[in-house]
Write a protein that binds this ligand. Structure first.
Ligand code: 3PY
Ligand code: MG
Length: 254
């Protein structure tokens, strides 16, 4: 198992998308279009583990690195996501250092954590020809943990969350952050934007990697200039914009 995103983010910004519904075909299109990673979203999406397993396969076929956003920071969700074969997890609503420690603990095998071990599932090639020690070492090294900072509390606790070893990306969720600050549905509000910029600055100064959810390439560039190296949009939003644009261009000519 080699997680190319882990290496890439050392030197460049990577781009991905969250997908919350079942379509392996769309996953392949996204991969062939050249994005770096995909996050199967089982927080807001409603795919079963079995569905996501096929989506992970589609991602691998099209050279997209597959991650899964778990519905909640709980052992059984994290274990399932990784056993399916996701290369990392996104964990929503990480508000404290303890939350971040818990996510890392469940994502890593002994000695770093307490991930349940078996050799019967997809991530271990069903135990066929697997070098068990090598698998454990590789998995602990390559599996990524992305914690979502999306509340005022998370930003207030940022300096202690940053210190948690094993967190790869501190990922800012502007939609929930905006509502936590009282600006429902308005992540572009000045106060939200300033808070995001401040958080990115703190993360960059600590030597860790900031990530941000973005709705368009313009806002993505703004965060990349500040040092964000992991950017992701939403598949539904991107499709909706593309179809609206397609329709508008047609209507303007006919
Ligand atoms: C948010 O913006 O709240 C997110 O969770 C983005 O993924
Ligand atoms: Mg959110």
């Amino acid at each position: 198992m080699k997680n190319i995103i882990k290496d890439k983010i050392k030197n460049e910004a990577v781009l991905g998308a969250f997908q919350g519904f079942n379509s392996p075909n769309l996953v392949e299109i996204i991969g062939y279009a050249g994005l770096d990673f995909i996050v199967f979203d089982s927080e807001h999406g409603y795919m079963t583990a079995e569905t996501m397993e096929n989506m992970v396969r589609a991602a691998e076929c099209s050279r997209l690195t597959p991650f899964i956003r778990v519905p909640q920071n709980e052992r059984q969700y994290i274990l399932k996501a990784l056993d399916i074969g996701a290369f990392g997890i996104h964990v929503p609503m990480v508000n404290t250092r303890d939350d971040a420690e818990k996510a890392v603990y469940h994502a890593k095998y002994y000695p770093r954590g307490g991930r349940g071990l078996a050799f019967s599932q997809r991530s271990t090639c069903y135990g066929v020809g697997v070098d068990k020690r090598k698998y454990l070492e590789e998995c602990n090294r390559e599996t990524m943990v992305m914690v979502h900072l999306e509340t005022r509390q998370a930003i207030e606790n940022l300096s202690s969350i940053i210190e948690v070893e094993g967190v790869d990306i501190l990922f800012i969720g502007p939609t929930d952050l905006a509502q936590s600050l009282g600006y429902y549905g308005d992540p572009s509000h000045e106060e939200v934007q300033e808070m995001i910029a401040g958080a990115i600055g703190l993360i960059v100064d600590s030597g860790k990697v900031p990530g941000v959810f973005v709705t368009d390439p313009v806002s993505a560039s703004k965060w990349v200039e500040l040092g964000a190296r992991y950017l992701a949009g939403g598949v539904s939003g991107i499709c909706a914009k593309a179809f609206l644009d397609f329709k508008d261009k047609f209507k303007n000519n006919h």
